[in-house]
Design a protein. Structure first.
Length: 246
């Protein structure tokens, strides 16, 4: 396979990868607390041998390579839900802590509920962690309220305080599922900015993502046509050369 085709194929591969990232963003446009992704490219220089027998030395080949997926942590819109155990974080770098079978995870999806055991849980059923462990309510807990600093109260009194943390490097966080993150060395947030009865929506902008999808689709199609034209030209040349009389 010639260098032109190889370079074109690397470009097609990263375009397909970018399309997958865009499609995943659009699929989670209604997922509370979801943070969109963006795929960055970089140039990959392929070194080749140089020989003095040629008039000019061989040139290095420039390929396209997907480098890293960058997570976009811009806050999504905050909307009221009327559910007193829903929580939105009113900043861009804090997370609430939940307990999963694989250990602690971190989320901005505050679409919480109370299960039949009285535990405050996520939509996936994971326990929401307070400063002193999982948050648990009793049947006597009525008129529940979550204050700005994470204090949970009811008519019975203080129920607990939500555990809120942050990280030095947000890009080092790894996604798990649609709205959970894995991270190391969380730092407690002393004065969180929470809004009870609200949730943070996904930060995906549908119009932007669809525009990116159209752009990627066109680029992929144009590249496919160019590679086909190059291949057709080569086949024609080979066919004509094969018809020449020795």
């Amino acid at each position: 396979m010639e260098n032109l085709q190889l370079i074109g194929l690397t470009r097609q591969m990263v375009l397909r990868r970018k399309m997958d990232v865009i499609a995943n963003n659009l699929a989670n446009i209604n997922t509370a607390g979801y943070k969109s992704d963006n795929l960055l490219f970089k140039e990959y220089i392929m070194p080749v041998a140089e020989m003095d027998d040629f008039r000019a030395s061989d040139k290095k080949l420039s390929y396209v390579q997907d480098d890293v997926i960058v997570k976009q942590f811009e806050p999504g819109a905050i909307v009221a839900t009327g559910n007193p155990v829903n929580v939105a974080i009113n900043d861009r770098s804090s997370f609430m802590v939940v307990n999963t079978p694989n250990g602690e995870r971190y989320t901005r999806n505050g679409e919480f509920d109370i299960n039949n055991l009285g535990q405050l849980v996520t939509t996936d059923g994971y326990e929401v962690m307070g400063a002193d462990g999982p948050v648990t309510f009793t049947p006597e807990d009525t008129n529940i309220n979550i204050t700005r600093d994470g204090l949970i109260t009811s008519d019975r009194g203080e129920v607990g305080r939500l555990r809120v943390v942050t990280f030095d490097n947000l890009q080092a966080l790894k996604k798990e599922g649609t709205s959970l993150f894995i991270g190391e060395n969380p730092t407690p947030v002393e004065t969180p900015n929470l809004m009870g009865g609200h949730i943070e929506q996904s930060n995906v902008h549908g119009v932007v993502e669809i525009s990116r999808m159209i752009e990627v689709s066109r680029a992929y199609g144009s590249l496919a046509n160019a590679l086909k034209a190059t291949n057709d030209l080569r086949e024609t040349a080979i066919d004509k050369l094969g018809r020449l009389n020795a």
